[in-house]
Design a binder for this molecule. Structure first.
Ligand code: MG
Length: 341
């Protein structure tokens, strides 16, 4: 080997080595909470401890009572390291319309959901404790969130979502009363972690809420859910969101997908991409629905995929492949994580 060839060879070897080390470090150090710390809401924006505007991006587990087997530390670890999620959502079924939920089996619900909460804290990732209901249970919700706040309120990782999707039969004045009661209970024990409030009509009427938001508490956000393949969830829903953010409402997309609003039907990637680009341009956090293996479009994993992460792309369904791609792209190019690259 000539001297100059050897030199070029060594240079390549050295560069490869540096790149590998860099990638390894990035994988080891994907630590969203270490970087952002205690979250806060300033104006309509989610901000980190320093006050910089940030976006969280990640996935929601499916109903805990239908897919409890995904609720474990290995899956949390995989979603953090391979999908590069900065937030996960534990969807605790608390609704009479489903079997074996919190209403009838609270012990199992807590055991299941707490596996994800604890693993998320361990993995340094944000976690939404979601009261996955379509009905009001104010006393139960207060008891549950009071206990969660006592137990986890000291951890910056935790976000409370107190009512997943009010339906078309729930109007803002009654949701607001419910939310104020649950928020007051959480704030007895946890003065600061973010609380997300559900909005009317399956979490779609942020515009109505923006005209009469909850006052007297800090760090409150409001949820909007979209399913991009349904025409009513495209321009009309984005217009409602635009109205809400123009009025200064802090919005968090705690559920979304590229399929139809039923969770099934076709997958519309161009419309989904329009949504994600809009959210990114407006610094709005978003979560995709869901880690489950049901025979429907929004469900991300095939039945033969493991319950403990480690998924090759051949066991991830198209919605999951696309979610992973959006999450990895936007999280790893986010300016808040520059020091990881
Ligand atoms: Mg706290």
């Amino acid at each position: 080997m000539k001297k100059s060839t050897l030199f070029i060879f060594l240079l390549f070897a050295l560069t490869a080595c540096v790149n590998t080390t860099k990638t390894d470090n990035a994988q080891q150090e994907w630590a969203p909470v270490k970087i952002n710390g205690q979250l806060q809401v300033k104006g309509r924006f989610m901000c980190n401890e320093k006050g910089d505007t940030i976006s969280l991006r990640g996935v929601s587990f499916g109903w805990h009572n239908l897919w409890p087997r995904f609720y474990n530390a290995e899956t949390v670890k995989w979603l953090k390291n391979d999908w590069k999620c900065s937030v996960l959502r534990a969807a605790m079924g608390a609704y009479s319309g489903v079997e074996d939920g919190y209403l009838v089996n609270p012990e199992f619900a807590l055991k299941t959901v707490e596996k994800v909460i604890k693993a998320s804290i361990e993995e340094d990732i944000y976690v939404i404790i979601d009261w996955h209901a379509h009905e009001f249970y104010p006393e139960l919700a207060k008891e549950f969130f009071g206990s969660m706040a006592r137990k986890y309120g000291k951890h910056p990782h935790v976000i409370y979502e107190i009512f997943n999707e009010p339906t078309h039969e729930h109007f803002w004045p009654e949701i607001k009363v419910y939310a104020e009661e649950v928020i007051a209970e959480i704030r007895k024990y946890d003065p600061d972690n973010i609380i997300v409030v559900g909005t009317p009509h399956w979490a779609q009427h942020v515009d109505i809420v923006a005209e009469d938001p909850i006052t007297g508490y800090d760090n409150i956000m409001y949820s909007l859910h979209f399913y991009a393949a349904s025409p009513l969830h495209q321009v009309p829903l984005r217009e409602r969101l635009q109205k809400a953010i123009d009025l200064g409402l802090p919005v968090f997309i705690t559920e979304s997908s590229g399929c139809e609003h039923t969770g099934n039907g076709k997958l519309d990637i161009p419309e989904w991409t329009k949504w994600i680009e809009y959210l990114e341009a407006n610094r709005i956090s978003w979560v995709s629905w869901s880690i489950s293996n049901k025979n429907e479009t929004c469900s991300m994993i095939l039945p033969r995929g493991s319950y403990e992460g480690g998924w090759d792309t051949d066991v991830i369904k198209p919605t999951g492949v696309q979610s992973r791609e959006y999450i990895r792209f936007y999280n790893t190019t986010d300016r808040n994580y520059e020091n990881l690259r």
